[in-house]
Design a binder for this molecule. Structure first.
Ligand SMILES: *Cc1c(COP(=O)(O)O)cnc(C)c1O
Length: 369
């Protein structure tokens, strides 16, 4: 039986190292604010090539606290895409700001950079591009727009750690980059976790205060600003340190599966396989095809023992929780078309060639019938 994602297979390849790490941390008796967290932050700085990495409790908190650090709140607007996980807009809304949506580029599902300027008002403070499915957005255009209108850029890189755009890593191009270590992400914890990266010392200092009750670095019980409790714990940091060593290798493993799928599926004329431009790498958090007969194909594959997923079935502008923003069906034609056509196939470095061949065979079989 093929699984959509099988983290058990990954665990087998690193079991000894993980168990040793957990054991060592248990023996120290230090679970919050110890050296694993500090070292992991330095390792992420090195991996990304950025000055500061600030660990937090989740990708959602990474986004929320980034907005807080930029002092974005009530009366402000932040531009993003509705074709993403709820956390993106939720972080904006929970800061008191208004999420303003822009349609997507149908080729890569990222924000359509040529529609951003029309959405800018006098209240716009930031753009939050989401590097969806493992591929970075058109950042050159976004930077141009941000400079022209004096806006901040927060990259939601939750699905794209390790991806590159014109030689730069995801999260390092804007003012702040946010990662999630939710277990299914390319770098996944065994629980929740997240990280913000930046080259800006002021933002680093502000994030460190905000993530820990505004507690002064000099004296813990002096609270300088209103913050939250959003700390990565030692066990997760230790586990993530082991896994970070494999991230590049695992990302390459995902690309290999993706290339094999694409090579074999591009001959099926009813399917659009993912497009990757020359100036980017794609770390394939998801391998997402488009097809008009999506629901029929999904059912057919399910019956054949091939699990697939639809990301995202209900775009954010149509979410009940965001009804107050007054968007309606039809506002974002590319998102609404994509939502009916997208299908994500199983992808992980450990997925066997035999399983890949079976999945390809069943897809081809569906279209031959
Ligand atoms: C996973 C994800 C998040 C949220 O991360 P959590 O760690 O689950 O809070 C935010 N944005 C995107 C695009 C994601 O995929």
């Amino acid at each position: 039986m093929i699984k959509f994602l099988d983290l058990g297979l990954q665990y087998k390849t690193i079991q000894k190292k993980i168990e040793k790490t957990i054991h060592n941390i248990l023996e120290t008796g230090i679970f919050i604010g110890g050296k694993e967290v500090q070292i992991f932050e330095r390792e992420v700085e090195k991996f990304c090539g950025t000055k500061y990495a600030i660990s937090v409790n989740s990708g959602t908190d990474a986004l929320f606290l980034s907005l807080k650090a930029l002092e974005i709140g009530s009366g402000d607007e932040v531009i993003t895409t509705p074709f993403t996980f709820m956390a993106t807009a939720e972080a904006i809304a929970n800061c008191g700001a208004k999420p303003v949506f822009v349609d997507i580029n149908p080729e890569n599902f990222n924000i359509d950079v040529y529609k951003i300027e029309k959405a800018i008002t006098k209240n716009t403070k930031a753009i939050m591009p989401v590097h969806i499915f493992g591929q970075i957005s058109e950042m050159s255009e976004i930077i141009k727009i941000a400079k022209k209108h004096n806006l901040y850029i927060i990259e939601d890189s939750a699905q794209s750690m390790g991806a590159e755009y014109k030689g730069k890593k995801a999260g390092t191009i804007g003012d702040l980059g946010c990662f999630s270590f939710f277990p299914s992400k390319n770098l996944g914890a065994m629980g929740d976790g997240g990280m913000v990266i930046t080259n800006n010392k002021k933002l680093n200092d502000s994030l460190r205060l905000l993530k820990n009750h505004g507690s002064s670095p000099e004296y813990k019980y002096k609270n300088l600003v209103l913050g939250v409790n959003s700390r990565l714990d030692e066990l997760q940091a230790g586990i993530l340190r082991v896994k970070l060593n494999y991230l590049n290798k695992w990302n390459i493993g995902r690309v290999k599966v993706a290339n094999y799928y694409s090579k074999n599926l591009k001959v099926v004329k009813e399917i659009h396989v993912p497009v990757v431009k020359d100036d980017k790498t794609n770390v394939f958090h998801q391998y997402t095809i488009r097809t008009e007969k999506r629901d029929e194909l999904k059912n057919y594959l399910e019956k054949a023992g091939v699990p697939t997923m639809v990301y995202y079935p209900l775009p954010l502008h149509l979410q009940p929780a965001l009804e107050y923003l007054n968007y309606k069906n039809g506002d974002f034609p590319e998102v609404e078309k994509a939502r009916k056509e997208v299908l994500s196939l199983p992808i992980y470095p450990e997925l066997s060639r035999k399983d890949q061949n079976y999945i390809i065979e069943k897809i081809k079989e569906f279209y031959q019938k």
